[in-house]
Design a protein around this ligand. Structure first.
Ligand SMILES: [Zn+2]
Length: 376
């Protein structure tokens, strides 16, 4: 999930919104306004709309606090969070690595629901201070607002405690199985299976409710189930990848035979004589016997066709000093993370100032495929 709108950095962590967030903010505001019109019509339209909008904004802040708590506990355990994104179904904190041990996983997971529950409690206390005495529809706007926020934050805590990977509850469950069995891999499999089961139950229940006349609410539950099913599969794949590549180094998978080409060649000749003829996708550009940069189909694609004969490879290459390099000893997972961060498909492998080869995403895939075919 990538942010569409950047909101800035909080505690050094990039925070952003996905477009789908606006849908949910709109739905929350509309349904709150409808609710207040029914229970507190005396407030008048202006107050009702103002309270509804402020409540939706505060709900957003509470979600952000939930995700931020994951990120801060992860940081305390040495894990960096790349970004926090809020979207229609909540938020995601993109923590760069999987926790190295069960204890870290447990604390990073549980702090989210704990934060939401704590925020819920504080909101109910504010509602109480503002005059709420247990009635379902308080008279004052402040009490009504914080009562709703209190409930929704407790619901958020409860929903996240559902033991289905990748919800917080799934992570907590995984950490407990991990701790009891000592096997990160087995715990992932089990937590993912439970996650998929929970997701299927959501879908079945949602469809059942839909045909039972619950309408949109039923579809919504089924949709959440569908989302959980996707997410459980994706997290499972990530963790399997991490486990499968745990001890693999760049030197084990990299391409050693990179074709050197002369940087003075024009792009037209290069495409005809090298790119199309050899089927390779990555070429190194040499300058005075030294590696100056890389050219891949990606660089060529960005150039207009009619300019090919007049542009040299020097003009389009990615200079080596602009690329992150790795060494043959770099763990493959780390190389993949760097590629993800830089949004590239390959990295030059350098040892002692000498280019040893190129590591590409395709190399890693081939390696995993071969392993899978051999059943290892
Ligand atoms: Zn969470």
């Amino acid at each position: 999930m990538r942010s569409n709108i950047r909101l800035g950095r909080f505690f050094g962590i990039e925070v952003g919104l996905h477009y789908s967030w606006f849908l949910i903010a709109f739905l929350i505001t509309m349904s709150l306004a409808a609710q207040f019109r029914e229970t507190n019509a005396s407030w008048g339209a202006v107050v009702i709309w103002a309270v509804s909008i402020v409540t939706a904004v505060l709900f957003f802040a509470a979600l952000l606090a939930h995700e931020m708590s994951h990120a801060l506990v992860a940081r305390a355990h040495g894990l960096t969070t790349r970004a926090i994104t809020l979207f229609a179904l909540g938020g995601v904190a993109q923590i760069e690595k999987e926790p190295a041990d069960a204890k870290t996983e447990f604390w990073v997971g549980i702090v989210g629901p704990l934060s939401s529950a704590a925020i819920g409690l504080v909101c109910l206390l504010i509602a109480w201070a503002a005059g709420w005495r247990g009635a379902p529809a308080p008279d004052t706007p402040i009490a009504a607002m914080f009562l709703w926020l209190g409930y929704i934050n407790f619901m958020l805590a409860a929903f996240n405690m559902i033991p289905g990977f990748p919800l917080d509850g799934g992570r907590i469950l995984r950490s407990i199985i991990w701790w009891r069995t000592g096997s990160g891999e087995r715990s992932t499999k089990l937590a993912a299976r439970i996650g998929q089961t929970v997701a299927l139950l959501f879908i079945a229940f949602g469809i059942f409710r839909f045909f039972g006349g619950a309408g949109f609410g039923g579809l919504w539950i089924a949709f959440i189930g569908w989302f959980l099913l996707q997410a459980a599969g994706a997290s499972y794949a990530t963790v399997t990848l991490t486990t499968g590549l745990k001890d693999v180094r760049v030197g084990d998978v990299m391409n050693r035979d990179c074709t050197p080409v002369d940087g003075n060649l024009n792009v037209e000749t290069f495409v005809e004589d090298y790119l199309l003829r050899t089927g390779r996708r990555c070429f190194v550009i040499e300058q005075n016997g030294e590696i100056a940069g890389l050219v891949t189909p990606h660089e060529i694609k960005g150039l207009e066709r009619q300019r090919w004969p007049y542009t040299t490879l020097y003009d389009v290459m990615r200079p080596l000093d602009q690329l992150h390099t790795v060494t043959p000893a770099t763990p493959v997972m780390e190389a993949l993370e760097t590629m993800g961060r830089d949004d590239v498909n390959q990295l030059p492998v350098v040892a002692n100032n000498h280019l040893e080869g190129i590591v590409t995403r395709a190399n890693v895939l081939q390696f995993l495929q071969t392993r899978a075919e051999l059943g290892r």
